[in-house]
Design a protein around this ligand. Sequence first.
Ligand code: PMP
Length: 998
Amino acid sequence: MSNHWEKKLYENFEIKASLKSLDGEFDLNFLAHSNDGKYVMKVMRIGCHADLINMQCAAIRLLEGKNLCTPEIIPTNSGADFASINDEKGNLRLVWVIKAKSGICYSGVEPRSEDFINDLGSKIGEIDNALKQFDHPYLDRDFKWNLMKSDWISDHLDLISDNKRKDIIISIIEEYQSILHEARKLPHFAIHNDLNDYNILVTSDDHDGVLVSGIIDFGDMVRSPHVCELAIACAYIVLDQANPIKIIANLVAAYHKKNQLKEKDLDLLFIFLKMRLAVSVINSTMMAKENPDDPYITISQGPAWRFLEQEFDPNIVLAKLRIACGFEVVKNSKRILAYLNKNCGNFSNIFNCDLVHAPMVDLSVFGTVIPENPFNLTLNEATKIGADINVDYWLGFWGEPRLIYTSHEFRTGKYNNSNRRSIHLGIDIFTNSGHKISAPLHGIVRTVENRKSHLDYGGIVILEHSNNHGDKFYSLYGHLNPSVVDELLVGQTIEKGEVFCELGSSNNNGGWAPHLHLQLSLSLDCMDSNWPGVADPDEMNFWGKICPNPASLLNLPDNKTHYKKIDEKVISEKRKNNFGSNLKLSYENPLMFGRGWKHYLFDQMGRTYLDAYNNVPHVGHCHPRIQKIAAKQLQQLNTNTRYLHPKLTEFSNLILDTMPNELNVCYFVNSGSEANELALRLARTATNGTDIITPDHGYHGNTNAAVEVSAYKFNKPNGIGRKPWVHLVELADDFRGQFRRSDPNRANKYANLIDDALDEIKLRDGKLAGFISETFPSVGGQIIPPDGYLIEVYKKIKNAGGICIADEVQTGLGRLGSFFYGFEQQNVLPDIVVLGKPIGNGHPIGVVVTTKKIAKKFDNGIEFFSTFGGSTLSCAIGAEVLKIIHDEKLQNNAFLRGKRLLNGLKKLQKEHCLIGDVRGFGLFVGVEMIVDNKLSPATRIAAYIVNRMKEKRILIGVEGPSDNILKIRPPLTINDDDIDCILISLEECLNEVKMFTS
Ligand code: PMP
């Protein structure tokens, strides 16, 4: 068949191309590949009216040149828009050709980023705006996809066998019918009418984000209200999305900027959206009946059903759409706020006292250390909030991000880093229990209840009020003495100033320190019976407007009680001013954290991030035992190594216990760099040599001597370059280096490269001091050298009179799971071991461990002293870290979780050819990303993944000479759930990339 059409394409359009069939409901569509580009040949259905093409061509011409990604029409040889051509069976068909657009259908493309949605919404808005001038008689034809005439589906309900689903469709039809009358009154214009996921094409510029590249197929154009266009576009873009309403709101906002919507449009949008999906599922059920052998038809209904089966609060949806378009969140909310503002100062005092001078107390993420464990507020903590504040009244902020709401119901997802409600929607007034509470203004009791659950409200009252226009608004009083339930009746009037309840105590108010939670709401429609008292920070744009600051009810100015977040842009600017610009921040949009706990970090809004990157908090961020020991030591004494102190010897004993017997002398310094600096001095003093051999791409610190032996720094453009006394050997990378895993002798072959380095030293008349390497090179790409590598290297170095230094800053202290140190895995005995980072769990400690012999040579009469190295505080902390590793069996945890992680990654590797290699021990893991089987590094993709993981609230890093190795090395506290969360999220990222690479 395509031969026939290939011939006709050439005869009529002078395009020589091979054809490939495309999907189409009625017409034959071909993708035509020619030497000068790609085209789409559209062979219309038999009997197709020429007006169907005329209408489309006229509309497309109108939109041409507006940068709206609409198609370009290729005229026939005679300059017409289409040709009449016989098909192989002799039927006359109308045929036209358009230039093919680049890109792929957005169906299945993730993520639906805000940039993409904005781009799409504004393009649709511009198209609709331009089409206002368009008219064509064919727009008024009768056909099934006209959303204004969709109740034909009610004749086919019997096709749906599932009763629940049938009920869903019935109620959608009922809603639809109830709005049709209003919808018919709206102005009607030409619209595209089929902006589904196959008619919108997207491209990705090197995974920097998805943008619209094509809006195609104008064949369903119709005359309809604009809201129908938008409802159809929304209906498809939300399918299988985690946050569909947010996506709709973003699309609507972008559309509205280009083609203004009216409040009425928004009232109808969600109903039209659901009706479009109802038409879609009924239509495909009908098709399935006709094609019973095509299971795909039914499967393709899945996403639409999944959406329709979800329950959305239509009032919340509408309010969010209204906000998106800049309308009042609910009708007359401005009038209510103006009323409250105007009467501020004249309301009756709730506590019979003036609160103007009551202090505000900061309970925010940055402002408090309560709760110690941000996943579990204890009973004791809840009752003691503010116990140290000695005033009669103090206030808690509205809009404040807090970590005190820890139970599962505050979390919206399965994992600990899921969204969590943290922003306080009321004002707290802390005072003694039993205080009488009176109404700030006239009201009617709407709710009076005792919410008995732990950390709930206890007694609660909601009053309804109205302003002089009769607009209703509501105030909530929580944590009351539950006796209020016996004293008030729903519907009862409360006069301004009338005492109607009293403050509860910790025994009956949900378990909190006594305080009143006062909250305002401008609508009951958006609130379920259980008013949310805190909101997800990502939803504050909505909740903050529905439940605005109730300060005026307390006769207080808004800004006294309004939490002011730290402006991250200001911090960022100050940083830029105050520091050298090579003090780098991670991520293009950097993160600011206020709290840490185990392997989690919390930003100022209380969003939880899973920390799978930072290896310094080895036993977990903010470990309570470290907090305690550090506080105690700071209270007792913090001095230096020139005095006797048992902590100093305790710490050294604990370290030496982890070492082979031969390594039995410690030096304490302040950092890994300083430790390496000292290690180099020890080696040089012991040998009288200067020359150092070290693997390429190594890193040993930021001091002069450390940089000199760190190819990762000195070999960078503008680096100090290689000093003559430093000799590089190739990194023993058996995935990418010259000797690969298929070579059983690769360990020896890499080790033999030491011989060349030794020759180089001879050649320059140098003298070998030693060899320094990270036992498993980290910045070099999380490399695991082949078994036996270091044995051979150390032999050669020792034979040549050199000292072997093992930099265990990254690998030491149990991270590797099966081994406490990397050198154990390599089966070698170093002369010097260097420890840093994890040994202080965040406190700056570096340790050098060596032999008696080397230490003796170093003791040449000159004192070794590091002012802060080995301070009492450092030793107390270092000793505690080692004890915690032991007590909490963290090495074993690294082994078990590491195994789960590596297994999961290896499974992903089988499905994703982008993963070239998965390597690691325990929780020291690298995932090497490649583009092809020549191992070309997937640098941009790795950067994309790290950034997307951050958006999914997981921190990982990227390493290696080409920055293509994902680095995963969480604190050793990580658990199975969080390992799974990493794996699932990584898989999602890989799937996103796959859409554009396969
Ligand atoms: N050695 C290695 C292997 C390291 O990774 C680092 C730090 N990344 C250092 C030494 C230097 O440690 P510090 O930054 O504590 O000076």
